[in-house]
Design a protein around this ligand. Structure first.
Ligand SMILES: [Fe+2]
Length: 289
């Protein structure tokens, strides 16, 4: 199994192509749609990079996987799928919880079903699925969002926003129905029980303290060095830190645009009669999800 990472510097997102160089089977994890909120325009630069790599290496793309409904970037999944129509866009089955939550918040019409049907496949938590010669197990890791998953494969786990590089810590937990307690349980029971030499491919790298980009650590490194949650960190200590820190963080820049696109499996809304698509932006005294 080989892993190629792609970095989007605007949102600090890491996307991955995981492939078997002998069989050419592959999956993409967490593709990005480049989106400029000032002009509300998108570009396909990141999708193009993934597409070019798949073509250049003559890979067969089986799945486009989402670790969760991202709140900081729009998913490039549907635009990538246009280039590889046989690939299935898939996410953990608890996405329906997030759809339900935001269907009300965005006052979406009855046409929007909170049943996950916008995705090609809902991944059963705790189960293994196959992409040709590759296998992945969907680990349920709620906390950052109630529907987050990590994808375990041979010797490696793709941690999404559950666990970051040891010098940055973990994902935030102030997303609606996020939970610091759940995140603690997810990391300690689902990830820190894996062998220490398991490689951890993280979903973002924020380049802390000006260091260069890193996309991978190991479970042993995280347990020993993660600045927010080591193997020895007590649950109460983590919850106290996370809740205090999250209260100081700004709302993600692309929250409203990202969520309403990503709960539609990366589909932007259908064009209106003038052939332009529109997102909904609520206006309130303060956010209330
Ligand atoms: Fe996220």
């Amino acid at each position: 199994m080989t892993v190629k990472e792609f970095f989007d510097p605007d949102t600090f997102t890491l996307s991955y192509i995981v492939f078997d160089s002998s069989t050419k089977d592959s999956v993409v994890i967490d593709p990005v749609l480049n989106y400029d909120p000032k002009s509300s325009t998108y570009s396909l630069d990141s999708v193009g990079q993934l597409t070019d790599f798949i073509h250049e290496n003559k890979l067969t793309l089986h799945y486009i996987l989402e670790t969760h409904a991202h709140a900081d970037h729009l998913s490039g999944s549907q635009f990538l799928k246009q280039n590889f129509p046989k690939a299935k866009v898939a996410i953990g089955e608890n996405i329906t919880k997030v759809q339900d939550l935001f269907k009300n918040y965005f006052n979406l019409s009855e046409e929007f079903k909170a049943d996950g049907s916008q995705f090609d496949e809902l991944l059963v938590l705790g189960k293994v699925f196959y992409a040709g010669s590759l296998w992945f197990k969907t680990l349920p890791t709620p906390g950052h969002t109630p529907a987050c998953c990590c994808f375990l494969t041979e010797g490696a786990v793709f941690s999404g926003d559950t666990l970051f590089m040891p010098d940055y810590g973990t994902g935030r937990c102030d997303f609606p129905s996020g939970s610091a307690e759940d995140l603690y349980e997810s990391i300690t029971k689902q990830l820190y029980t894996l062998p220490d030499n398991t490689i951890v491919y993280v979903g973002h790298d924020y380049l802390p303290n000006g260091r260069g980009l890193k996309c991978a650590s190991t479970i042993g490194d995280e347990k020993r060095d993660n600045i927010r949650l080591k193997a020895t960190t007590k649950k109460e200590e983590f919850i106290r830190y996370r809740e205090t820190r999250d209260a100081e963080l700004e709302t993600p820049k692309l929250l409203l645009q990202s969520i309403q696109t990503n709960i539609r499996a990366g589909n932007i809304p259908s064009p209106e009669s003038n052939q332009i698509s529109y997102l909904k932006i609520p206006i309130q005294l303060k956010p209330s999800f």
